[in-house]
Design a binder for this molecule. Structure first.
Ligand code: EPU
Length: 422
């Protein structure tokens, strides 16, 4: 990106029309590294055109893979020339999901040296459960100087019991286990839609993964994985953010190309608030007229209310009638957007891991700064619903996870643009 920018939103326009959801970020960032487990070229479709995807393209190329990426169309990865096993600090810091290279490179090369991952600073985010899983499969792991060193003469399938439900840990150990001898059983596995999607991709290459989407996943290792063409699922969090934005602006929006069953926790909350939500096979229509009621939200692992939608949801709740409480159970620093919402006139107090929101009649535009991806989504929603102009600084956080978001919102009637800052 050229220089620093800010996003400018003039709020108050109800969003109206049809918007198409892009491919899922959190599934793409697992599927792209997984191509390195394959023994033939693979083609991935429906990838979102976002910064995390570009970071992974660079990482795969440094490792020696041949990557042909045409944004909006396909990514073809030929993993055969890849002989590297190291991901340096600068690349690993570009995204959280760089840690999937540990599982993939252990499976492919029997060793990995990957700098500790970057990503949003929303908590301490340890990866002890990933390492515990690799160790159970027979790998030695060590963290030294901010780098994770992992090595295994051979990986052998075992039972892995996660101490807590972890999306990243489930994915990472699943990736390595595809190349282990024998069967690995992951207990207390995460059930998020992108875990099922990754399993479907791995199985499309000939892997033997069963039970994804439940809390016990069985992976029978296979020595050879063949090429595949695979389209990733639509983004659950983009879908949810657009649903919230539609409600927040008292709009009428059809979100097409999504999977409504992935959205049930959010849809139920919106209905409880008085928002109209109608599902069809692959679309959701969200309408809101008049006032909306306060609700309480507690973030949980899937199928509970997703932590990634907690921040945009809190923006919507700033103008609900009554007092809402949001309890964040997964990440300890995921309320950094609250101070920014308060600048815009919101009344919010955070007590430990709970945000207490007293509904106000409206928000007002103000200069605000994004601190992480979903904080950025919250400020976008707030800017769209506020009176007057909101300036969002550090919008590049938003680009990490939302494809062409300004174009999509503008097509729905939002007044939104970017300016470079001298
Ligand atoms: N945890 C540990 N040890 C571990 C792993 C996790 O203590 O080894 C803890 C974490 O600190 C956290 C909880 O377990 O308190 C859950 O963490 P999880 O591993 O499930 O999260 P993650 O893999 O780091 C992914 C998404 C996040 C999303 C969470 C929860 C990716 C790349 N990231 O993170 O997405 O919030 O799952 O659904 O898939 C985002 O998209 O904005 C985002 C942050």
């Amino acid at each position: 990106m050229a220089g620093k920018e800010k996003m400018l939103i003039t709020g108050g326009n109800p969003l109206q029309g049809v918007v198409h959801v892009s491919g899922g970020k959190n599934t793409s960032v697992a599927v792209i590294p997984a191509t390195l487990l394959c023994d033939e070229p693979c083609t991935i479709e429906n990838l979102p055109d976002i910064q995390d995807v570009y970071a992974l393209v660079d990482i795969l190329r440094v490792l020696g893979a041949k990557v042909d990426y045409v944004p909006g169309e396909f990514m073809k990865v030929d993993p055969r020339p890849a002989e590297g096993w190291q991901v340096d600090y600068r690349n690993a810091q570009r995204l959280r999901a760089s840690y999937y290279l540990i599982g993939v490179l252990l499976g492919r090369m029997g060793r990995a040296e990957v700098a500790f991952p970057g990503g949003c600073k929303i908590g301490t985010r340890p990866i002890d459960q990933h390492l515990k899983g690799f160790n159970a499969l027979g790998a030695q792991t060590e963290e030294r100087g901010g780098v994770i060193f992992a090595e295994a003469d051979r990986l052998v399938g075992r039972d892995v019991f996660f101490d807590m439900v972890t999306v990243g840990g489930t994915i990472n150990v699943m990736l390595a286990a595809c190349k282990a001898e024998g069967t690995t059983v992951l207990h207390n596995a995460a059930k998020e839609p992108h875990i099922v999607d990754l399993a479907n991709f791995l199985n499309s290459m000939g892997a033997k993964v069963k039970g994804a989407g439940t809390d016990v996943i069985r992976i029978k290792g296979t020595p050879y994985l063949h090429g595949s063409t695979y389209a990733v699922i639509p983004d659950q969090i983009e879908t949810g953010t657009l649903m919230i934005a539609a409600a927040a602006t008292r709009g009428d929006v059809v979100i097409s190309g999504c999977i409504p069953t992935h959205m049930e926790a959010l849809s139920a909350k919106l209905l409880e608030m008085g928002v109209r939500v109608n599902d069809s096979d692959d679309a959701i229509r969200v309408r809101m007229m008049g006032a909306h009621r306060a609700v309480n939200v507690k973030t949980q692992v899937y199928p509970g209310f997703p932590t990634d939608l907690q921040q945009p949801m809190s923006a919507l709740l700033t103008t609900a009638h009554g007092r809402s409480m949001i309890e964040e159970t997964l990440f300890e620093f995921r309320f950094k957007h609250v101070d920014e919402l308060v600048r815009m006139g919101a009344q919010i107090r955070v007590v430990e891991r709970t945000a207490i929101i007293e509904g106000v009649p409206s928000l007002y535009g103000a200069p605000v700064t994004t601190t992480d991806l979903r904080a950025g989504a919250a400020l976008l929603v707030a800017g769209l619903m506020a009176q007057g102009e909101t300036e969002i600084y550090e919008p590049e956080y938003i680009d990490r996870g939302y494809e062409h978001i300004e174009d999509k919102l503008r097509a729905l009637g939002a007044q939104i643009r970017r300016e470079s800052i001298d």
